[in-house]
Design a protein around this ligand. Structure first.
Ligand code: AMP
Length: 315
């Protein structure tokens, strides 16, 4: 059977990363880069983004070598988007030191003709008006997922509300869910968000895992505990890429109660690989076999070998 594709739209960047173990300048980054590389472990991917004339061909060659179609990467005169962040000693938090939009400032995603029928669409964190433009350019998408951030939640609430009506799944972190709704309790915040459009919501909680809220209830996937964490940059984007890659590979719009729950494990596994090396290096080299082994380890992590039901005598 032909493998379905995932379309990814978002930033392609150079990242300057100040980590406790050293500073890394000009690392390949961007939300779309991480998501595309992660999804491509599971099947074909199409990427839409913009780079400047300083962006090495080698990076595009790398994407292509990983089954990522780069027809939708526009190269324009100027500098590529650049982001600089500093991580805390425990890597649990980070501060943005500098964001240079450069060619990204005038980005208007143009969906190539060959991408227009792509069934699975992942809208990375860009202006919600641009996310809407992308949805409008795709013919009958089967499943649309979107990411956003505090900047758009506070700055573009009306456009973001219009976008929410057009997406099946919103993927955000706990802070963003609280800011979007003004509700502290995550379960109540999730119910509020799901009334605004997306039938499904994922709330990411970094090293504390992720929650799925959908018509079948609430589901939790932990973050895989690792001894070696080197760089959390892009973990959320890799999570989203892994999730969409799984759905496309299984030709599923998450209709059955368990599809999305399984997809959550693929997503979390991909996030866990991402943090092992600086930049997308680990995702770039990841094989399906290695992913399979991590999924087995995940199963062992949450398998308690029985049921949680009280016996008749105890109940
Ligand atoms: P994550 O760690 O999953 O939040 O993703 C980090 C990636 O997002 C980095 O590679 C950055 O290049 C990219 N990024 C940072 N700020 C922005 C922004 N304002 N818009 C789009 N992408 C960004």
């Amino acid at each position: 059977m032909k493998q379905e594709s995932v379309l990814v739209v978002g930033s392609i960047a150079f990242d300057d990363l100040e980590m406790p173990h050293g500073t890394y300048e000009g690392v390949l980054g961007g939300a779309a880069t991480y998501s595309a590389l992660a999804a491509s472990v599971l099947g074909p991917v199409q990427i839409v983004g913009v780079v400047g004339d300083d962006f090495p061909d080698a990076h595009l060659d790398l994407l292509r070598s990983r089954k990522v179609d780069t027809t939708g990467v526009e190269r324009v005169t100027g500098k590529t988007f650049r982001w600089r962040g500093r991580y805390s000693e425990d890597l649990a938090s980070r501060t943005t030191l500098d964001t240079q939009l450069n060619v990204f400032a005038n980005f208007r995603p143009k969906i190539p003709e060959s991408y227009r029928k792509t069934p699975y669409v992942l809208l990375g964190n860009i202006h919600p008006a641009l996310q809407l433009e992308v949805v409008d350019q795709i013919e009958h998408p089967r499943f649309v997922a979107a990411d956003t951030m505090n900047f758009w939640i506070s700055g573009e609430p009306v456009t973001l509300a219009a976008l929410l009506k057009k997406v099946d799944l919103l993927i955000i972190n706990d802070e963003e869910a609280r800011e979007l709704t003004g509700i502290q309790n995550l379960c109540k915040a999730a119910a509020d968000i799901r009334r605004r459009g997306p039938t499904q919501l994922i709330v990411k909680r970094g090293e504390h895992g992720a929650l799925l809220f959908d018509p079948h209830g609430t589901f939790f996937v932990p973050a895989y505990p690792l001894e070696e964490v080197n760089d959390p940059t892009g973990a959320g984007d890799s999570f989203a890429g892994g999730l969409m890659g799984y759905l496309a590979r299984n030709h599923s719009a998450a209709g059955s109660p368990h599809t999305m729950r399984r997809a959550m494990f693929y997503a979390a596994a991909m996030g866990s690989f991402c943090v092992e090396k600086v930049g997308p290096a680990r995702i770039e080299e990841l094989t399906l076999q290695q992913l399979g082994r991590r999924l087995d380890d995940f199963r062992a992590l949450v398998d308690f070998g029985g049921t949680l039901t009280l016996s008749a005598a105890e109940a």
